[in-house]
Design a protein around this ligand. Structure first.
Ligand code: CTP
Length: 400
């Protein structure tokens, strides 16, 4: 994986003298760093210092002295995040009002990644209603504001809107670029089916299968970590999970599971159907325990609803649907048929032929096929790791 890239925009505030420290912290952590500055910022910190520490040239003009063009779009594309520090009231006003009159502003308006700002100005300025309004405006545009700090003056009054310390800015950049919650799934609704289904024969017997539910529960855990709201509809298992954003719904039969999916599918952003749903159920469920009488007993079975197929039919353009396929022969062919017939975005194929893979085990070996005709094979991994890979695959598909 390549290093994360941080672009620092330095504007003309006294706190600019602290930016070399920020560059050092970022470089030490293994980030690639570049700096752009406004012309006036050079009065507070020299481009030479920033260039030496960042090991990259520092630009401030759209056109350099040698008449070469400093491409702001490629700089913005290069960066995973842009931190403008210190942020002056002047640059803030330009951001809030779409004024693009220097290289730094051109980069800002071309940024696709996140922008953070660390304002620095004296207290009166910081509390001016215009500045306050402009900060609100840029926050509405998605800019993250790292608030200035206020300290007590010797006189006992609260003074100065001092720029957040480089360590604090460095931490916020880390959280932004690495935190689990910085994900495509924050606040999204995810429906997961898990476990086996039990189809009653009589009050004490059922038709079931060996599914443990581990895969579905691991998926729920990974989505929850990424900030999603999860509805986990699970057949009978020994597993438990609790989380503020989890709604765990216990079901027994395929019909029960289908009813719950029908209740909730419409409002979901993602569906991952890992349950091993019984394809058939007894046509009649005996109200009394079936007595052993004759030497043979036949059970008439009827087909259960295909829950995944129904979700695929109902799927809207904004919903993303993942199915599982457990195959014993012609695996790839069968799995891609499922992908197509059930209108899925991707299908996770697990083969019972792979050692260490399967229902009750803690490990699994899967291949993900997706509707872009991509095939990704994974080595034997824990079910939790597989869940992480599946979620990463979804993330990659929705962001490409
Ligand atoms: N599935 C479902 N409802 C069913 C049967 C299956 O939601 N009644 C879902 C499973 O959760 C899984 C996928 O469909 O995501 C594939 O299940 P599988 O049993 O492998 O395939 P089937 O579609 O049942 O086809 P076949 O049994 O013919 O292989």
């Amino acid at each position: 994986m390549r290093s994360k890239r941080v672009l620092i925009g330095v504007t003309a505030g006294i706190a600019a003298y602290k930016i070399p420290l920020l560059v050092r912290l970022l470089k030490k952590q293994g980030f690639e760093v570049r700096c752009v500055m406004t012309t006036d910022a050079k009065e507070f910190v020299t481009p030479l210092v920033l260039s030496a520490l960042s090991e990259n040239p520092v630009f401030s003009d759209l056109i350099s002295d040698d008449k070469s063009w400093n491409n702001h779009v490629s700089m913005a594309e290069w960066a995973d995040c842009f931190i403008i520090a210190p942020l002056t009231a002047n640059t803030l006003a330009k951001m809030a009002n779409g004024i693009c009159d220097n290289l730094l502003m051109s980069v800002y308006f071309s940024m696709k990644g996140a922008t953070l700002v660390a304002p620095a100005m004296d207290l009166d300025m910081y509390q001016h209603p215009t500045v306050f309004r402009n900060l609100e405006l840029i926050e509405k545009d998605g800019v993250r504001v790292i608030p200035a700090e206020f300290g007590e003056l010797a006189s006992g009054l609260v003074g100065t809107g001092r720029m957040a310390e480089p360590e604090k800015i460095f931490n916020d950049i880390n959280v932004l670029l690495f935190s689990e919650s910085n994900s495509h799934f924050e606040g999204k609704q995810v429906l997961i089916t898990a476990g086996p289904t039990y189809e009653s024969i009589d009050p004490v017997r059922f038709i079931g299968n060996h599914s443990s539910g581990k895969m579905g529960f691991a998926l729920a855990e990974v989505f929850l970590k990424k900030g999603a709201k999860v509805k986990l509809i699970s057949g009978p298992t020994n597993l438990t999970l609790s989380h503020d954003n989890l709604d765990l719904i216990h079901v027994v039969s395929a019909d029960d599971m289908f009813n719950e999916v029908k209740n909730y599918w419409k409002e979901q952003d993602f569906g991952v159907f890992s349950a091993a749903v019984a394809d058939y159920r007894p046509k009649e469920v005996s109200l009394d325990k079936i007595k052993k009488k004759s030497n043979e007993l036949s059970l008439e079975l009827i087909k259960n609803p295909d829950i995944l197929q129904w979700a695929g039919q109902m799927k809207t353009d904004t919903q993303f649907l993942v199915g599982f396929a457990l195959e014993t022969s012609n695996e790839l062919e069968n799995a891609s048929l499922k992908l197509e017939n059930k209108n899925l975005d991707c299908v996770v194929l697990n083969s019972l032929q792979d050692k260490g893979a399967g229902f009750a085990s803690d490990t699994n070996k899967v291949t993900i096929l997706d509707k872009r005709n991509n095939k990704t094979e994974f080595s034997l991994k824990s079910k939790y790791e597989i869940a992480e890979e599946i979620v990463l695959h979804i993330q990659e598909m929705i962001s490409s």
